[in-house]
Write a protein that binds this ligand. Sequence first.
Ligand code: ACK
Length: 752
Amino acid sequence: MVRNLAAFSEAVTGADSSSLVEVRGQCVRHSEERDTPKMYCSAEGEWLVPIGKCVCSAGYEERRDACVACELGFYKSAPGDQLCARCPPHSHSAAPAAQACRCDLSYFRAALDPPSAACTRPPSAPVNLISSVNGTSVTLEWAPPLDRGGRSDITYNAVCRRCPWALGHCETCGGSTRFVPQQTSLVQASLLVANLLAHMNYSFWIEAVNGVSDLSPEPRRAAVVNITTNQAAPSQVVVIRQERAGQTSVSLLWQEPEQPNGIILEYEIKYYEKDKEMQSYSTLKAVTTRATVSGLKPGTRYVFQVRARTSAGCGRFSQAMEVETGKPRPRYDTRTIVWICLTLITGLVVLLLLVICKKRHCGYSKAFQHSDEEKMHYQNGQAPPPVFLPLHHPPGKIPEPQFYAEPHTYEEPGRAGRGFTREIEASRIHIEKIIGSGESGEVCYGHLQVPGQRDMPVAIKALKAGYTERQRRDFLSEASIMGQFDHPNIIRLEGVVTRGQLAMIVTEYMENGSLDTFLRTHDGQFTIMQLVGMLRGVGAGMRYLSDLGYVHRDLAARNVLVDGNLVCKVSDFGLSRVLEDDPDAAYTTTGGKIPIRWTAPEAIAFRTFSSASDVWSFGVVMWEVLAYGERPYWNMTNRDVISSVEEGYRLPAPMGCPRALHQLMLDCWHKDRAQRPRFSQIVSVLDTLIRSPESLRATATVNRCLAPTPALPTPAPPAPAALPACPRQGPDLVQALGWLCPDPWTRPSLVL
Ligand code: ACK
């Protein structure tokens, strides 16, 4: 008989009427023992007390005292009493007696998924990926994929690719990039990416993955967003250590800032006697992360701070570190000191006599150098004497000079430059090629040799031969003005060569040359965000100049230079530039020479140049940038430009120009200069636009002259008339007048 899937064969009873014979059962086919099956055979020949049992194996189920195979489409994964189950969704059994169901094509089962779980597949890409850039960080947010592949274990991975403009292709982001909370296995649908390079294009791929993504041979689907970071100064130098302190020198060591945000060009070490920062402090430059400061007073407590500089500017100074120099030890007894003093006095008297004699007979000797004629000192492990900056800092705000000094306000001509420029020995300059020429001479490209350092690429402006003394003074005035500025968006002066007959101005080299030419040769190749980034740089440089009280008077795209990272820097300072050097300047009836198309009407009419007239010019630079170097007012004559601007017409938005940017231009071209925005407002409007790229989507080309956006705190004007879009190429004069917009502040409607 079969009992509990165990078969018991015939048995012989026991001899005693009360005895029971134990009989072992055998499991039927396709079943296995669970507990040893047994029964007892009584003396009456009856089967009694069945114990233990067999169960059907995996792939089989019990049917009428036998185990039969699971049918197609059914499975049983383990031996037991349970019946065969239907295959879970997206799976099938290929043969009878299946112990598990195979997944359909493109469906998978994760290692930890039970056989009863449905087969699943990788998710689709996340959706609605948005980015918001803040300096060199970007926040990414997205929504979960529409198809989760049938699973709930979704996580996200971020892939970061850097696309340097010059390289033309993208590469994996460097190891210094920081992902918060992490780059892979993100549970939440947002991520902060920090430590990016400034002014750089990035591409971010966000892919959704689930438990079966690794099993699928298909490439993962991702949402992609491209961004451009803004420029940012390096972060603070955090760790600074004292390596050695002598009586007159201290050696320092520090670590590179955590976020350099670019290539560190140099470190600036600021030091001063403790509690005397307000009176004077000194700075020293170093290219490595160690420096020795010498020329210190013995037995004095000094405070040291270090900051890094990149092409985007200086970072914050490190925490102050105090070091006391060693006290001098008396080494001689009184008798020796008396002897030394006597010898010194005698020596001095002899020397004085010699000098007097020499002066009488020989005149000027080259050995006596003017104390102001400082050479350029660079630090690379070896210390130059400390250089004391000019004082007059307002208390509490030392690093930023508050006012710039006009060179011609100095009593002695040519003296102004001395305080702000560094004399470079001509032998250290190697001129390689001419890159341009102006009224006053050639502009060359070359290298500057700095002892102990790599050669530095520089631009060299040389005054042409045959100059008058006045021309030389005006030419060098540019250096003495430039030398007072220290800002990432102002061209940096490296020094001057003025010895002998030479007159050269040496500045940092800007790989992409002047902005107008650069844009003309790359017509249509930048994103609006990149163009706004460039304008933001120009605006920041102008904000710095206007804060110092410096009025540029010739702000135009031709006077902005562009470096290899698209950082724009304002250039062209000095007394002679508007008068002589600018080919776009024209003589006015009042006798001055003025770049009409870039100049505010009040400055043309009354020569009242101010930061507000610079703001007007900035508006024209905005137009030049958005029009990729197009000539403002096309081929109109200067006279027509003056009269149409005076009548209230304004340049229309260039093709594809975002409405908000054209509005900012119109604000800069307000007839009343008091109503124009200040550079600080302009920079913050541009920053706001950069932070919310969607605000740049609405273009102004269809509805050309628009009511102001609420971007600037100005009174609401009457809404001006709409004009048709105009082509990028300049129309002829009559057309050009037609394209001009009426000044929304003075002329609410257009009269042709
Ligand atoms: O458009 P460009 O190549 O850029 O031609 C003009 C030319 O010299 C006459 O001004 C170029 N230039 C002037 N200063 C610099 C500089 N610091 N770096 C690179 N190019 C410069 C300018």
